[in-house]
Design a protein around this ligand. Structure first.
Ligand code: GLN
Length: 493
């Protein structure tokens, strides 16, 4: 393998290097598999199958030898263990699904596989995606490559540690954007409905959306363009023509030029996203990135999302309500864990679920069951649904004055493993800036914006209007062409 450190290259660069026969996909795959083994203690992967990965790489090399020029051909990827895969077990980070094998691939996985991407394995995640910092996995917490005593949030750690150039993720209330922010990588959660949920293990179906974690906005555009698009197997899939985000990446904004590619772009800053309580380091990093966007021609305007604070109680009613319903399928009958000993059917259900689910999942199932129960439904669930609509309306009011919204992703840099103690509400509160867009179903990105306390990464959040992913990606790409925050590598990686 040549000395030019392939793990430092982006997906786009790797695609070109493979096309130029700098290495074969088999060589590249072996190189990254060795890195995964060496960085085992980060806890990024739940499953790696070297033989299967090398087989896929050899098949990609054969396709290339036969004249196939697909951009992603032979480039490694890894999937959050929420996506079912036929060539690897899928656990959703839960003991409930230990050893479960799906007979089919999630649509997102299948589309990347058809494009020739080589899956290196399945990435650790919070149990059934409940959490964002990856402390709730039933298997092991993931460590942040920037500081191993800190949380990273799922798939992002593997991308930050240069174990894989890009990964799939899912974002129900922030689990692509917050991990990207904590780990210094670029992540996009598209509009609800852009990526198929078929084969994505359900947490909260009206919020769950697949997306990408990578090192650059360009790579996000490449992968998103391949994995998105209508899927008849998902009833909530958006019926829209396929998008070539790559082609749109280089188009200037309204009257942009190479020097001022963001000319004419109005970026709205919701005042509720910059409260006095926001950590100073996060505030300064976000402001620094926005100043760069201004230099590129963007205009900053003040807007308001008045119900931002309410998004926490609203989300933490709706998401558990949907989870309690979705997770009722884990009953020990059809698949997954079943208690070894029980007296009767009810006892089997009870023991299976008591043994199979971890504390956070049980908490959510109980909250969800409570808010949906007779007598509380109107007081909690119905009220939350009404507020959800108002939160979405607030965004539309804000978009009358701007094209994109910007702010921090999280109120702080990554916290220490275990720092939240036994208080789950502390972690819930850290979702304040990601939940509004999730509730509205809007696309959002986290883009590296430099460092805060302890040299830890800070992400700039960009939120677009419905189906405006191309504009989001273009703005992030322009910022990355002018700055190098996204190129920072953790020490020792
Ligand atoms: N932190 C949020 C939660 O715990 C979001 C999780 C997610 O997006 N998967 O529910």
């Amino acid at each position: 393998m040549s000395a030019s450190a392939p793990e430092r290259l982006s997906v786009a660069e790797l695609g070109r290097a493979l096309a130029e026969r700098q290495w074969s996909s088999v060589e590249l795959t072996k190189h990254l598999l060795a890195r995964i083994t060496a960085q085992h203690e980060l806890g990024c992967f739940l499953h790696v199958d070297e033989a299967t990965a090398l087989e896929a790489a050899a098949a990609a090399d054969a396709r290339r030898a036969a004249g196939d020029t697909t951009t992603l051909l032979g480039v490694p990827v890894a999937h959050k263990d929420i996506f079912v895969t036929r060539d690897a077990p899928t656990t959703a980070g839960s003991k409930m699904l230990a050893g479960y094998r799906s007979p089919f691939d999630a649509t997102v996985v299948a589309r990347l596989r058809e494009a020739g991407m080589v899956s290196l394995g399945k990435l650790n995640c919070d149990e059934f995606a409940m959490g964002s910092a990856n402390e709730n996995s039933a298997y092991a917490p993931v460590r942040n490559p920037w500081d191993r005593s800190r949380v990273p949030g799922g798939s992002a750690a593997a991308v930050a540690a240069r174990l894989v150039p890009a990964a799939t993720g899912t974002d129900t209330g922030g689990s692509i954007r917050q991990p990207a922010s904590f780990s210094g990588v670029t992540g996009i959660k598209p509009t609800y409905g852009v990526c198929s949920r078929y084969g994505m293990i359900a947490f909260a179906s009206s919020l769950d959306q697949a997306g990408v974690l990578a090192r650059t906005a360009e790579d996000c555009a490449l992968l998103l363009g391949t994995m998105s698009g209508f899927d008849a197997r998902d009833a909530t899939s958006a019926e829209r023509p396929p998008q070539d985000y790559m082609a749109k990446l280089h188009q200037a904004q309204v009257e942009g030029s190479a020097a001022r590619p963001l000319n004419g772009l109005r970026i709205g800053l919701p005042r509720e996203f910059f409260p006095a309580t926001l950590d100073r380091d996060v505030h300064d990093a976000v402001r620094g990135a926005l100043a760069e966007m201004e230099k590129l021609g963007a205009r900053l305007v003040d807007v308001s999302l008045p119900r931002t604070e309410l998004s926490i109680p609203v989300y933490y009613i709706i998401a558990p309500a949907e989870a309690s319903s979705n997770l009722s399928r884990y009953d020990g009958v059809r698949y997954g864990h079943r208690a070894a000993q029980y007296d009767d059917l009810l006892d089997m259900y009870r023991k299976t679920r008591a043994e199979g689910f971890g504390a956070e999942v049980k908490r959510r199932v109980m909250i969800g069951t409570y808010v949906l129960s007779h007598g509380y439904y109107d007081a909690y669930y119905l009220q939350a649904q009404k507020l959800r609509r108002m939160i979405a309306d607030d965004f539309q009011a804000a978009f009358r004055d701007c094209d994109l919204l910007a702010g921090p992703v999280a109120p702080s840099v990554a916290w220490r493993l275990g720092e939240q103690g036994d208080d789950p509400v502390k972690a819930y509160l850290a979702d304040i800036f990601t939940l509004p867009a999730s509730l509205a179903g809007l696309p959002g990105m986290s883009v590296p914006a430099g460092c805060g306390e302890g040299g830890l990464p800070v992400g700039l959040q960009l939120i677009g209007n419905y189906f405006d992913e191309a504009r989001l990606l273009r703005a992030a790409h322009a910022l990355q062409q002018a700055t190098d925050w996204h190129l920072a590598v953790p020490a020792g990686v």
